[in-house]
Design a protein around this ligand. Structure first.
Ligand SMILES: Nc1ncnc2c1ncn2[C@@H]1O[C@H](COP(=O)(O)OP(=O)(O)O)[C@@H](O)[C@H]1O
Ligand SMILES: [Mg+2]
Length: 268
């Protein structure tokens, strides 16, 4: 469920004071419109710098995700924003990031952002997976695939798994942000989740497939393994859309099924 988002000034005074110990006085703050999991997400302007803060209440169900997002940061490619500090005061758990002055990725067909996103994904796929309690793909999708299918998702690549357009910032390159769902698994899983976002932006299944072929792991992915994942992921999106039938969620579930239909019939 999306979290209501508050502004910087709505945080308790003790929380803001703890942040200002790191940043100096905050002169101006503007709340980010995009994203839905963080209770606060804002750009902060201080006398010396501009930075980005996001966070959730300390007792929130997603606290574990925030913990991991902080722990994984030093291990990410340089293009992902550096974590500068973490504050856990006044009932809030806040992460302070280097701010990226970019715009969200445009995933529509023909967008010049697409090769940049593919490059960032290829770079990520070469990043060693850190020794952290990262969930394995075969656990994450275990309730949606049979045991034989689930086995095919295993691998040792660090995956992001949430390639929503607003989790990518574009400057002269693409920056992958929002590391709340890191996963360890087969490398081609990230291109597979990227494909559904491309379809959501207007790509046909064959066009999205062709676009993902810029990523080496997708070109070499085993057909039956991708089938197992795609079917499991369609079941997951059905569940998400049934629990909270927002238009975009129902759209993602439809794309996931259209993708399975295309993939099953795809010539070898
Ligand atoms: N380091 C950053 N620099 C600039 N803007 C950012 C940064 N991190 C996040 N944002 C902006 O804030 C939005 C929400 O952040 P995100 O990390 O995706 O949180 P959520 O969990 O709420 O989706 C992003 O879509 C982006 O617009
Ligand atoms: Mg996000």
């Amino acid at each position: 469920m999306p979290m209501p988002r508050i502004d910087w000034h709505d945080l308790p005074a003790s929380t803001r004071a703890a942040v200002e110990q790191h940043t100096g006085a905050v002169l101006e703050a503007s709340t980010a419109r995009a994203g839905m999991n963080s209770g606060i997400a804002a750009t902060l302007h201080t006398t010396d710098a501009t930075l980005f803060v996001k966070g959730i209440p300390t007792d929130h169900a997603q606290a574990r995700h925030q913990e991991l997002e902080a722990a994984i940061n030093p291990h990410l490619p340089n293009a992902s924003p550096r974590l500068l500090w973490r504050v856990q005061t006044g009932g809030w758990d806040l992460l302070g990031y280097e701010r990226i002055e970019g715009r969200h990725a445009d995933y529509t067909p023909g967008s010049l952002d697409l090769p940049l996103v593919a490059d960032a994904l290829v770079e990520l796929q070469q990043t060693p997976c850190p020794d952290l309690p990262i969930k394995k793909a075969e656990q994450r999708w275990s309730s949606y695939a049979g045991p034989a299918g689930v086995e095919q998702l295993a691998g040792d690549t660090l995956l992001h798994t949430d390639f929503a357009w607003d989790n990518i910032l574009i400057t002269d390159r693409a920056h992958i942000i929002d590391w709340a769902w890191p996963t360890l698994g087969a490398a081609w899983i990230d291109p597979a989740v990227f494909i559904l976002r491309l379809m959501d932006a207007g790509h046909t299944a064959p066009d999205a497939d062709a676009c993902a072929r810029q990523i080496p792991s997708w070109r070499t992915a085993r057909r039956d393994a991708v089938t197992a994942f795609s079917e499991a992921n369609a079941r997951l999106w059905d569940e998400i859309a049934n629990e909270d039938p927002q238009t975009w969620k129902k759209g993602m579930a439809r794309h996931a099924h259209d993708w399975v239909t295309y993939w099953r019939a795809r010539p070898v």
